[in-house]
Write a protein that binds this ligand. Structure first.
Ligand SMILES: NC(=O)c1ccc[n+]([C@@H]2O[C@H](COP(=O)([O-])OP(=O)(O)OC[C@H]3O[C@@H](n4cnc5c(N)ncnc54)[C@H](O)[C@@H]3O)[C@@H](O)[C@H]2O)c1
Length: 331
């Protein structure tokens, strides 16, 4: 039987959240979204009703956090300045959201009676690895502040675990595919946008392997975690994603799915980072299996572009975190 929760999703109006919220509601959960709604206020217009509460506010404001937590028994924490370039725009801002606000949020959750806290970290916490398979037990060597604070939050979260407070961390691969709040600044989505709207994909480097996960599988991970008994997920850290292709192959997959004449231009890179993230542990521990492919992600994006669900995808700042961050001048 499905266990239902009253779940607070911070950052629920972002890329992953926009796909997650409808599925949480469909599964019978009650949902509170706490988000600055940087990417639009009307995302969940069609879903409004007694099971959805929307709080437009900042996770750095503890009064807002406490209010949003009222009645919630679980948290999925997605809110973040969520890539290196946006983070680097204003490192103090990035730190205040990604790190300083973290422990107060966790502690307020505990105080509010939350039983389960799920944290979206990132597979970037590993840094560069020579191992052929990047598994969860490898030491973390984060290369940027974005990744460093993700790694620190993982530790701080585990230290807060108790019999009454179950915590779990997910390290997602780069997410791809269509979602209502679209990001077009992640690799598969960038290539698809270029192929459909420019007829030319620009690949920097080529042989480096990068892990990707379909946004709908990302959603399935969070739904799956809510159904697990506490003892199976307590203090666990899992990679999410098991699809690793060299960037050059990703470009070819995109070209093949988009069809027609698409040129691939290869440019040199001074960033040879290459890693192969393993999704074995989450499969072995709690039976999570991926369902979607890169091809599915590309097809979803192509359909969205062709049917006009995405407006001016080459230029619209709403699809590019860094452009949007610059426009709103968030402090
Ligand atoms: N998308 C990926 O490829 C990827 C990969 C690895 C990890 N992750 C992690 O998954 C999570 C979700 O990623 P996403 O792609 O949906 O990101 P996103 O940028 O689309 O969404 C983040 C959301 O957080 C909100 N937010 C930012 N600062 C806030 C604040 N101070 N208070 C309240 N809300 C705030 C934004 O408005 C946005 O809606 C993030 O934590 C990210 O680091 C994402």
């Amino acid at each position: 039987m499905t266990r239902t929760w009253n779940v607070l999703v911070t950052g629920g109006a972002g890329y992953v959240g926009s796909a997650l919220i409808p599925e949480l509601l469909k599964a019978g959960h009650k949902v509170t979204v706490l988000d600055l709604y940087l990417y639009g206020d009307d995302l969940f217009e069609d879903l409004r009703g007694p099971n959805l509460r929307e709080v437009k506010g900042d996770i750095r404001d503890i009064a807002v956090v406490k209010d949003a937590l009222k009645g919630c028994d679980s948290v999925i924490h997605l809110a973040c300045i969520s890539n290196d370039p946006s983070y680097d725009l204003d490192p103090n801002l990035g730190r205040s959201i990604n790190y300083d606000a973290f422990l107060p949020l966790v502690r307020a959750s505990k105080a509010a009676g939350v039983k389960r806290f799920i944290y979206a970290s990132s597979s970037s916490v590993y840094g560069v690895k020579d191992e052929p398979e990047v598994t969860e037990d490898l030491p973390l060597e984060p290369l940027t502040d974005y990744s460093k604070f993700k790694a620190l939050c993982e530790q701080e979260l585990n230290a807060e675990a108790s019999d009454d407070f179950t915590v779990c961390t997910i390290r997602p691969s780069t997410v791809c595919g269509y979602a209502k709040r679209q990001r077009l600044d992640v690799v598969v989505n960038i290539f698809t946008n270029q192929a459909v709207n420019n007829g030319k994909i620009r690949v920097t480097g080529g042989p480096q392997k990068r892990p990707n996960i379909h946004v709908d599988d990302m959603v399935r991970v969070y739904l799956h975690l809510l159904q697990q008994p506490s003892e199976k997920i307590q203090r666990k850290i899992w990679n999410a994603g098991d699809t690793n292709f060299p960037i050059s192959e990703l470009a070819q997959i995109v070209r093949q799915v988009v069809g027609g004449h698409v040129e691939i231009e290869t440019l040199p890179t001074n960033d040879p980072r290459s890693y192969h993230v393993s999704g074995k542990k989450i499969r072995d521990d709690i039976g999570f299996e991926l369902k979607y492919t890169i091809e599915d992600a590309v097809r979803g994006l192509v359909d969205a572009m062709k049917s006009g669900k995405l407006v001016d995808p080459l230029n619209n700042p709403m699809y590019f975190n860094i452009k949007r961050m610059q426009d709103v001048r968030l402090k």
